[in-house]
Structure formats: structure tokens, C-alpha cells
Ligand binder design. Structure first.
Ligand SMILES: Cc1cc2nc3c(=O)[nH]c(=O)nc-3n(C[C@H](O)[C@H](O)[C@H](O)COP(=O)(O)OP(=O)(O)OC[C@H]3O[C@@H](n4cnc5c(N)ncnc54)[C@H](O)[C@@H]3O)c2cc1C
Length: 379
């Protein structure tokens, strides 16, 4: 008998959809509500490192991701003019039978995840939110924005960085904060000679090129930004192109192709960690709602998915809910703390370097190497 019989997942992002599948695979009834009336996933891509693929494999979705994406080995490192500096292989010790990385468009990943949840019987309702809930210790009575109501053994808030359920559980104790950087992204046709991920270090920015399919790739550029404003509208192509000045070679050629404002995706970088148990009674938080990380290790969604897969294992096993949630925290908190803190450190060193500060302790290459290898360990 699983620890719980019926669970509500709030939020149909990457983590929520994998949680729905992981729980259904253990025979647990799952309702999932997503506030958006349609799936609204922006068009650029996401990197799935080997530990992300291991988690997907544990719920039977890794091959589907690979079939819909583009596997690549590691990150070939260049200077701003496109000269190769070094070409380290990516670690794949988490799942040696899978590639080191997979690049996949976010819409394609979502298609895989929606199919993955619905195929095993998760009940998904779009355009629906929770309007009220009451935990009486034996269950949670939930009412929804469509007027319906139901009782659950457990409610999981997978609502992302601005989770309303986090606020209900912890008040204003936790909120994501802007770290001084932004990330600009754009899709391009993939050059025939591209055979791996590529990164280019400029004097005050960093550029990456990520394969997404045999014919598609995306560029990201990480920049210093003065505040957490979202850049949108007709000027974003020019703003992105301006930030790419100073690069030569391939990046300079791509810069001139940034012409469609609707295709520029900008996000300020946010960071936050809830550093105490992520549950109160029968209401639990997971994913970005409790650990929002900057993308320096490409591990945000990986951590949300690892949460989801472990929840499936623990809630589908024997014992009490209290013991399962205690074990969940024991196996998740230090690991996500490591991701959030290493990512924040990498960002801080970049910002120092870009502003001309010489910090003898800064060791981006060393930390990146140690962290990407450390995350291959099981948890
Ligand atoms: C620039 C950038 C690049 C990144 N690159 C990578 C990468 O390469 N690899 C990686 O692993 N991670 C990456 N990430 C991180 C990754 O995108 C997130 O960690 C991941 O999306 C978190 O998933 P989630 O399900 O927890 O939350 P989200 O993806 O934010 O999903 C939350 C969902 O909940 C819904 N929702 C919110 N409130 C409610 C409500 N009240 N009721 C119902 N539904 C609600 C939202 O509409 C949304 O669909 C990147 C992040 C950024 C900013």
C-alpha cells in the first residue's frame, strides 16, 4: 500500500508533470491543476545534464527526451573571438548508458511530460487554481477556481519561484531575489559543423550555443544587469545584439540574425532556498517553489525532476507520511543547497571579473568541474 492514496499537484511545469507521472506509476491517484488556460511554454531550449537524464530514466522518459532533442558530449570552451581553449568531456557517471547532456526545446520537453503524465492516468485541468484549502491532520480539503472541491491525502505545490502556497505556509520568510545578472536567449538554425555544446567567454559576458535537434540550436548570453526588470517589446533584438558586441567569429555572425523581437526570451536571474522542511502537515512544496537557482550549472529543472522522482519512490513505498517526508528532506535539502550555493558563487565571481575586480580566490573552472562531477552521485 502506498503512503498516500490521492494527491493534488498544483502547477503543470516541468516538476509538477514529472511528479504526476512518478506518483501514478506507484498507483497513487493524481489530480494536477495548472493556472494557465493553455500550455504556455516559451520556445527556446533547456539543457538536460546526465543526472537530469538519470531521473527521467527512472520514470521511463529519458529515451523520449533523447528522441525529441539532441544529445551532446560536453562544452567546447572558446575565447570571444572563437578560438578553442579546451574541450573537456561532460561527466556521465550518473547514468553511463545515457549521454552526458541532451538539449531539447522547452515545448518538445513539455509534450513529452504531458504525454508522460496523461498516459498513466493523471487527471490534468488547465485554467484552474486552488482557491482555498484546509488541512485537518487526516486530509486536506481543497476548493478550486472552477467551483469543484475534493479531499486529498497530500497537496504538493509545484508552482515555481512565485508560489502562492509557499507564502501561505511560510509568509514572507522566503522570496526569490535578483542576483545582478540576466539571460537572453534566441533560436538559430544549427550549423552543420556543430558537434557539441559551445561556450564563449567575453570580457564582460558569457555566450553559450546549445544543440536542440539536427537542424536547430539556441544561444544564451549571460549579462550583468542593473535591476530585475523583464526586457520585452520591440527593442529587445537591439538590446540583445548590443550585448553581443565584442564577439567575433560564429557569435558575431549569429548576432546579425537576431531580428525577431518575439523570439528573444529574456529572464532576470533569481535565487532562493527554503532551508527548512518544505512541508507543514499534509502540504508540501517542491521544485523552484523552494529552490530557485541561477542556471550556471543547468540544474534548476534537474533538481525539480529529482524531487519528483524521489517523491514517487517514497510515497509509493511503505510507512507513514511523516517518515516519507522526513526521508525526502534528508535526501534533498543538502543536494539542492549545494546547487543553489555553487551557482550563486559562480555568478558572483563572474560579476566581479566583469567589473574588473581581481579576486585571487575566484576559481570558476575548478568549481564548475567539481560541482558537475559531484552531482553525478546518487541522492
Ligand atoms: C535563463 C534560465 C535558464 C535555465 N536553464 C535550465 C537548464 O538548462 N536546465 C535546467 O535543468 N534548468 C534550467 N533552468 C531552470 C528551470 O527552468 C526551472 O528550474 C524549472 O522550470 C522549475 O520547474 P518547476 O516545475 O518547479 O516550476 P515552473 O517551471 O516555474 O512551473 C510552475 C508551473 O506552475 C504554474 N502555477 C503557478 N502558480 C499556480 C497556481 N496558483 N495554480 C496552478 N498553477 C500554478 C505555472 O503556470 C507553471 O506552469 C533555467 C532557468 C532560467 C531562468
Amino acid at each position: 500500500m502506498p503512503v498516500v492514496s490521492r494527491v493534488l499537484v498544483i502547477g503543470g511545469g516541468i516538476g509538477g508533470l514529472v511528479a504526476a507521472r512518478a506518483l501514478r506509476l506507484r498507483g497513487i491517484a493524481v489530480d494536477l491543476v495548472e493556472k494557465e488556460p493553455q500550455w504556455t511554454v516559451y520556445g527556446v531550449g533547456i539543457i538536460q545534464p546526465n543526472n537530469f537524464l538519470r531521473a527521467m530514466d527512472r520514470v521511463g522518459l529519458a529515451q523520449d527526451c533523447l528522441d525529441n532533442g539532441s544529445a551532446f558530449n560536453g562544452w567546447r570552451v572558446h575565447d570571444a573571438q572563437g578560438n578553442v581553449l579546451f574541450d573537456p568531456p561532460g561527466p556521465r557517471d550518473a547514468a553511463p548508458h545515457l549521454p552526458a547532456n541532451n538539449g531539447i526545446t522547452r515545448p518538445r520537453l513539455h509534450d513529452v511530460l504531458i504525454r508522460g503524465a496523461t498516459d498513466v492516468g493523471a487527471d490534468i485541468r488547465l485554467g484552474t487554481t486552488v482557491t482555498a484549502w484546509k488541512d485537518d491532520g487526516a486530509g486536506v480539503d481543497v476548493t478550486f477556481s472552477d467551483g469543484s472541491a475534493r479531499r486529498y491525502d497530500l497537496v504538493i505545490g509545484y508552482e515555481g519561484a512565485f508560489s502562492p502556497t509557499r507564502r501561505q505556509l511560510f509568509g514572507d520568510d522566503y522570496a526569490p531575489h535578483f542576483n545582478g545578472q540576466g539571460c537572453w536567449r534566441y533560436n538559430f538554425p544549427r550549423p552543420a559543423e556543430m558537434d557539441t555544446g559551445m561556450v564563449f567567454f567575453g570580457p564582460d559576458t558569457k555566450v553559450g550555443l546549445v544543440p536542440l535537434s539536427p537542424t536547430l540550436m539556441y544561444m544564451f548570453i549571460v549579462t550583468a544587469e542593473k535591476d530585475g526588470t523583464w526586457h520585452e517589446g520591440p527593442t529587445v533584438t537591439e538590446e540583445m545584439r548590443n550585448r553581443l558586441k565584442g564577439y567575433g567569429g560564429l557569435v558575431a555572425r549569429l548576432r546579425d540574425q537576431i531580428t525577431d523581437p518575439a523570439a528573444v526570451v529574456y529572464r532576470p536571474m533569481l535565487t532562493m532556498l527554503v532551508d527548512k522542511p518544505w512541508h507543514k502537515g499534509r502540504v508540501l512544496l517542491a521544485g523552484d517553489a523552494v529552490h530557485t537557482t541561477t542556471p550556471h550549472l543547468a540544474q534548476g529543472a534537474a533538481m525539480a525532476v529529482e524531487d519528483a522522482v524521489l517523491l514517487g519512490e517514497l510515497l509509493g513505498g511503505d510507512g507513514t507520511l511523516e517518515a516519507a517526508l522526513g526521508e525526502f528532506m534528508r535526501r534533498r535539502l543538502d543536494r539542492v543547497r549545494y546547487v543553489v550555493e555553487c551557482s550563486a558563487q559562480l555568478a558572483a565571481w563572474e560579476l566581479e571579473q566583469w567589473s574588473g575586480v581581481r579576486n585571487p580566490d575566484a576559481d570558476q573552472g575548478g568549481l564548475l568541474h567539481r560541482a558537475t562531477h559531484a552531482l553525478m552521485a546518487d541522492y
